[in-house]
Design a protein around this ligand. Structure first.
Ligand code: IMP
Length: 430
């Protein structure tokens, strides 16, 4: 028995929500450890669609504990509004089933303003952020001026910390010609929601230690994907947190050795939202077809996702950087009916061949994919619940992917529904 971390092995939107929900049946606790409400996790359960951003996906299951770790940046208003919207679908969130880290930094309204202002200034070079203040909140954390959950308990300290935060952020806003914010504009509404937020607050590291000693199975739910990691992704077109599985220890306080299995959620093709390099992007009718069949629109912003063929080079890189033990392959059914399917097996740049994506943003933008082509399959894979029901050609595609990425499939997801999942190897049993 081991604890499992689930992370995205591409640019996010691989279908983590469904897999985490599916795995959470076997877990006692689900922990978010990085990112914020830039994430969008869609769960479809008994015909009801739940769209989660900040709440761990375990929240929709009764008798599971959900935890938001210190590595997450928490917008208190977004959290409360998400709690309210899931409650309308019958999910009751109380301190019994949700705990948040007392040392987690907050996203405040000024962060959203700075995020949107920074994007406007970047012009053509914009990152395409979700505009939710994620980057500026992480910047303030590292700059040691963040307001944290525990600060909500002390109004005087809170005022002082907001004043300090505004010295820096107002200077940025004013330099860009935007109006500054005043302390009370932030403090007054914050004090109103403080008791509710504080009711969930706890030393998460201590709680996790207790749960670990009790032998509870813990599932760590990553957000975004490895190629959006601030160190290892397609920098600077990345998010502002580390999205690797290793972040689960820092972002929750579980300690090294607390995680034994890393499950990399991997889409059978590739998508990306926002700007940045995407070697296998298809800007033609095939890309549009994948996007349409795959319903590739951002859960958070509704933006259409860019679509392309499966990039085995990138996923292999993610497997190695992140120490992925096995993958969950999702959305294979979207490729049903394609006459031929391509897989990227390498890159070419100015006569040089690469079997990895180099760090230079210029090279990343200019590499040309080298493809291997396979015949597709005409039969449907949608909703299949057993390996033997899969078309032979689809199995061939999966086997080739496994070979190229040097990692095996542990789970196969054949539709957004919870039950349409083929288990090859149980991550918790490894
Ligand atoms: P930020 O995280 O809002 O700063 O956005 C930085 C980049 O990460 C942008 O390209 C976003 O589109 C991307 N991004 C952030 N969160 C997600 C996600 O959950 N799925 C996919 N892309 C994301």
């Amino acid at each position: 028995m081991t604890n499992v971390a689930v992370i995205g092995s591409q640019w996010g939107d691989e279908g983590k929500g469904k897999v985490v929900d599916w795995l959470s049946e076997r877990a006692h606790v689900v922990v978010r450890f990085q990112g914020g409400h830039n994430a969008g996790h869609t769960l479809v359960i008994d015909g009801v669609t739940y769209k989660l951003s900040l709440l761990p996906s375990g929240i929709v299951r009764p008798n599971k504990l959900s935890i938001i770790g210190n590595g997450v940046v928490i917008d208190p208003y977004a959290l409360l509004s998400e709690i309210e919207s899931v409650s309308k679908l019958g999910v009751i969130v109380t301190p019994e089933n949700l705990r948040i880290a007392e040392n987690a930094p907050l996203i405040l309204p000024v962060h959203r303003k700075v995020d949107q202002m920074a994007e406007a200034i970047r012009g053509k070079g914009k990152i395409g952020t979700t505009g939710r203040g994620i980057g500026p909140a992480y910047e303030d954390k590292v700059a040691r001026r963040a307001v944290r959950v525990c600060d909500l308990a002390d109004p005087d300290l809170l005022r002082e910390k907001i004043e300090n935060l505004l010295v820096y952020n107002n200077a940025l806003l004013q330099a860009a010609g935007a109006p500054p914010m005043n302390v009370d504009e932030i403090l007054t509404p914050l004090l109103e929601v403080a008791p509710k937020i504080l009711s969930f607050s706890t030393p998460v590291w201590l709680l996790l230690d207790k749960l670990k000693r009790e032998g509870k199975r813990i599932l760590f739910e990553g957000a975004q994907g490895i190629m959006l990691d601030v160190d290892h992704g397609t920098y600077p077109y990345v998010t502002s947190s580390n999205t690797l599985a290793g972040t689960a220890t820092i972002g929750s306080g579980i300690g090294m050795g607390g995680i034994g299995y890393v499950l990399g959620i991997t889409k059978a093709y590739t998508t990306r939202v926002g700007s940045g390099p995407f070697p296998t992007e298809l800007t033609d009718a095939i890309g549009a077809k994948i996007g349409k069949i795959g319903n590739e629109f951002g859960t958070v912003t509704g933006r259409p996702r860019r679509c392309g063929w499966f990039d085995a080079v990138l996923v292999r890189q993610a497997v190695k950087i992140c120490g992925i033990t096995g993958i969950a392959l999702t959305k294979l059914d979207i490729l049903d009916g394609f006459e031929t399917i391509k897989i990227c097996v390498g890159y070419k740049h100015k006569g040089v061949l690469y079997d990895y994506l180099p760090a230079s943003m210029k090279i990343q933008a200019e590499v040309e994919p080298i493809y291997e082509e396979m015949s597709g399959w005409s039969e449907s894979t949608q909703g299949k619940r057993s390996w033997v029901d899969l078309p032979a050609q689809a199995i061939k595609y999966i086997r080739r992917i496994e070979e190229l990425i040097e990692c095996q499939v542990a789970l196969l997801s054949t539709s957004p529904k919870r039950e349409d999942t083929i288990l090859v190897r149980d991550p918790f049993a490894d």
